[in-house]
Design a protein around this ligand. Sequence first.
Ligand code: UT7
Length: 323
Amino acid sequence: MIRSVVRGIGSALPRRIMKNADFEGMVETSDEWIAQRTGIRQRHIAADDETTASLGEAAARAALENAGLTPDDIDLIVLATSTPNNTFPATAVEIQNRLGMRHGFAFDMQAVCSGFVYAVTTADLYIKGGLAKRVLVIGSETFSRILDWTDRSTCVLFGDGAGALVLEAEEGEGSIADRGVLAASLRSDGTHKDKLYVDGGPSTTGTVGHLKMEGREVFKHAVGMITDVIEDVFTQTGISADDLDWFVPHQANKRIIDASAKKLGIADEKAVVTVHMHGNTSAASVPLALSVAVADGRIKKGDLVMLEAMGGGFTWGAVLVRW
Ligand code: UT7
């Protein structure tokens, strides 16, 4: 059977780093509160010349270089983002243009923080369906543009950045010993809309709007939702927590990561944690964490890696990949 195998990975971060202490003169908060409640110590914030498209392009170029490929080798770009450069055209098409691609096709996916797991799952189906042989899957966000910088309950939590994977069609045996995307579980439930949303948009206010979150409410649902989709992947594949080499969760809060790992019986040392460096970068968080763990030699060819995310909508999902 056809498998979507990881051929390359890359990432990009804005130049400017903002530390927790930098918020202390802006809103009533402290380095101690932010670090204790979330695990975040710093985040990258985009300058005016750094956009979702430019960060996405840089991550894509890094992934292509890592794969030993050029834009000519790519058939499809799937960009997960909730912070597109423009309402339309799709930022994926802008990235396609920036890469000099005059062939193939590109589109954006909107599943907020779960965007990257949705995008990997979608790219896998395009590859399995024969519509694409090599896909650039990008998560790129500039959440700093939609934050209310006077709201301490949200502005300290998010950061900007991008990560990208190149997925390539390869023949597999059809067993979980294969490399590539092995299983996925995706969910959404719109009844939770008011707990995490942006209060503007083209069809309602005609503005971009600002992020609103009832953090405690989101936290209450996060662990249960994350563990449900991961357990679904365990059931689909017959593997257990012990079989995993790495757990690469969405990086929203260290306490959510720890509680999910504990509930699932995943050893702490298998969890890849980057929330202290990047904050919550929404759809970019999982590929940024993957990039760090591949670059420092933790994730290696053949490793079994569980990706998961949960966010606005609510949306949530998990993807199992053999690297
Ligand atoms: O990526 C999408 C998914 N998003 C998430 O997963 C986020 C989920 N939620 C969370 O991570 C946590 O709920 C937060 C980090 C947002 C908040 O942590 P918490 O432990 O749930 O705190 P809380 O909301 O219960 O707030 C505790 C107190 C409140 O004061 P009172 O009402 O107890 O007097 C807040 O007003 O902390 C206050 N507070 C702050 N204090 C200092 C809220 N934000 C801040 C702040 N600095 N930045």
